[in-house]
Design a protein around this ligand. Structure first.
Ligand code: FES
Length: 147
């Protein structure tokens, strides 16, 4: 009787140890694996976007950041009143750029990269120009599209 009880208890303890070890391994390795291998993000498929502001909202020598698919864009109204749009991802290490009214340039704060109002990289580490988008104004709407 004692042997049978010991055998059952041993099997239960072995089962418990096995499942605990398995649960421990899953608890440790699942988050590590999810961190190392991030979920596949779909590339931005947007080819055109209507901006959530009107042309009158953008004063000369200012800019607005907007969402272009799952990426950021920047709409600049030049000091002469022209609307221009670019990808807001710096071509150096993908920081979001901003408009510097004092310089009249698009600027990346991460490593002091500068772009002119044609999106050309003019100083700092960015190796390439910003991707330029097409801007169409239709009455009170601004539509930005990728060629
Ligand atoms: S990420 Fe823009 S200058 Fe480095």
């Amino acid at each position: 009787m004692v042997d049978r009880f010991d055998s059952t208890r041993r099997r239960f303890l072995r089962w418990l140890m096995g499942t605990s070890a398995g649960a421990f391994l899953v608890a440790v390795f699942y988050p590590v694996t999810r961190y190392i291998i991030p979920p596949a993000a779909a590339e931005s498929a947007a080819s055109s976007v209507t901006l959530p502001f009107s042309p009158a909202d953008i004063a000369p020598n200012t800019a607005e950041i907007f969402k272009f698919g799952n990426k950021a864009g920047i709409l600049v109204r030049t000091p002469t009143g022209e609307l221009r749009a670019f990808s807001a991802l710096c071509t150096h290490l993908n920081c979001i750029v901003q408009y510097r009214e004092d310089l009249g340039q698009i600027w990346c704060a991460c490593h002091n990269g500068h772009f002119d109002l044609n999106g050309r990289n003019v100083s700092g580490p960015p190796p390439a120009p910003l991707e330029a988008f097409t801007v169409n104004v239709r009455e009170d709407e601004i539509v930005v599209s990728r060629d």
